[in-house]
Design a binder for this molecule. Structure first.
Ligand SMILES: [Zn+2]
Ligand SMILES: [Zn+2]
Length: 270
């Protein structure tokens, strides 16, 4: 099997300090390639470095919405991302987007404004560079759809979608809108969690065609069952694949074949 973990952060501890074993365990279950996703300037640099050391690793570069609040000199920071993107192993801008989830207190209008500005500027960068997007959206669907629909966002060519909404957490309604926009949807260990509060994600998965699904771990976060609560790692993407196969009543091989083809098409990697 030639599985791709389309979204992980191997530069985070404790994965970075155990990288060779992490790769070995991934290879042992058939994970042939990985995309290491940048979420900050430090993470984006680390992703590019890692992709240049390991032939089976590709990189994305960008600022996660959580970076927005403390970011000064946003245009300069985005220029640094642009410079990093020139590396030939960089295949996407991401992860970028909106995240209004805060268990402590409601997010302020000013925080939302900063996130929207950072997101919009990075959308423009991706258009300029003609690179696909890795998008993070949490509790911010309305603003996400309005920014995407109002931006001068163009499909790069009619046969290729322009990005992935990673770690999909929405319901059928959002899934349909994302499909209409031409994006892929990335599914994580969340679909393996038993509680009813994750049922809506499983229901959404049912209506997403196989040619629009990517699989990912988002390691070191969100380890799927039966590893829930542990450090996630690329080898565990197999649990996500098994769950998709079960929900869609198809074989594991069929999930792997399709999701790998989707990664190759979206990010133009072979
Ligand atoms: Zn994310
Ligand atoms: Zn991530």
């Amino acid at each position: 099997m030639k599985i791709v973990d389309s979204h992980c952060h191997l530069d985070f501890d404790p994965l970075s300090s155990d990288i060779n074993n992490v790769f070995k365990r991934a290879r042992d279950v058939g994970v042939a390639r990985l995309i290491n996703v940048g979420a900050s300037l430090r993470g984006s640099r680390a992703s590019v470095e890692m992709a240049n050391i390991y032939p089976n690793v590709w990189a994305s570069v960008g600022f996660h919405p959580h970076e927005a609040e403390t970011m000064l000199d946003i245009d300069n920071k985005i220029e640094e991302i642009e410079t990093l993107s020139w590396d030939e192993k960089v295949i996407a801008i991401g992860e970028i987007g909106l995240d209004y989830y805060d268990p402590e207190r409601p997010i302020t209008l000013d925080q939302k404004k900063k996130q929207k500005e950072l997101f919009t500027k990075q959308l423009e960068l991706s258009q300029k560079l003609k690179l696909p997007l890795i998008i993070h959206v949490r509790d911010a669907w309305d603003d996400f759809f309005s920014i995407i629909q109002n931006s001068k966002f163009e499909t790069q060519n009619s046969s290729a979608a322009q990005g992935v909404v990673h770690c999909f957490t929405g319901s059928e309604k959002e899934a349909k809108k994302i499909l209409d926009l031409g994006f892929f949807l990335g599914f994580t260990g969340l679909i393996t969690f038993d509680q009813p509060k994750f049922n809506h994600i499983r229901r959404a998965l049912k209506i997403v065609p196989l040619d629009r699904i990517l699989v990912e771990t988002d390691a070191p976060f969100l380890a799927p069952e039966p590893f829930r609560g542990k450090t996630n790692e690329p080898a565990y993407v197999l649990e996500v694949i098994k769950k998709i196969a079960k929900i869609k009543s198809i074989s594991i091989e069929e999930v792997v074949e399709n999701t790998t083809k989707n990664v190759e098409k979206l990010f133009n990697i072979r």
